[in-house]
Write a protein that binds this ligand. Structure first.
Ligand SMILES: [Zn+2]
Ligand SMILES: [Zn+2]
Length: 176
């Protein structure tokens, strides 16, 4: 399985967006600022309120796709997300390697983000199966993830959650 592509990196962007904590009212600014490499140079990254609300909607939709429990459910949710995207792919080798970008280079930040996230997520679902998306098994976490492991054995959103759960299970066994 080849996950080392722009499309598979784009799914990581989608997962990051879905897992971003929205408590801080400035969370969209923080998220965009932490992911500037996904935007064409010169893209304005400060969004108005309605655009920021749209980013929140995209984040929710990605999460809903990851939480879906059946293929029809995945399709419905994925299509709701794709309906917000405006793909206009182009080939580029800006990083030294020829690859596709999904959104117009001159689109605004919301359109670039929505399109990249929607296309990246659907590529992975269509190519590798919706079962590759899941929710973290660590107690009290709830983050979603995409499983890029060879044998599709992932259960946690991060190494932190995996080792936290291993320690908890060990302690529980010791107590028993
Ligand atoms: Zn690129
Ligand atoms: Zn987790």
């Amino acid at each position: 399985m080849d996950y080392d592509t722009y499309g598979s990196n784009a799914v990581e962007l989608a997962i990051d967006l879905a897992n971003t904590d929205r408590v801080d009212p400035e969370w969209v600014r923080g998220f965009l600022g932490a992911h500037t490499e996904w935007f064409t140079d010169g893209t304005a990254l400060s969004l108005g309120d309605s655009d920021a609300d749209q980013v929140a909607r995209v984040s929710t939709l990605v999460r809903e796709v990851a939480l879906a429990g059946s293929e029809p459910e995945v399709m419905t949710r994925l299509n709701a997300l794709l309906a917000l995207a405006s793909p206009r792919p182009y080939a580029t080798d800006h990083d030294g390697e020829l690859h596709l970008h999904y959104a117009r280079p001159d689109a605004d930040a919301l359109e670039q983000l929505t399109t990249t996230v929607a296309m990246g997520l659907s590529q992975v679902v269509v190519q590798h199966g919706w079962q590759r998306l899941g929710v973290c098994s660590a107690e009290g976490c709830g983050n979603v993830y995409v499983d890029t492991s060879r044998n599709a054995s992932r259960r946690y959103c991060s190494n932190t959650c995996a080792s936290r759960s291993t320690v908890a299970a060990y302690r529980a066994r010791k107590r028993a």
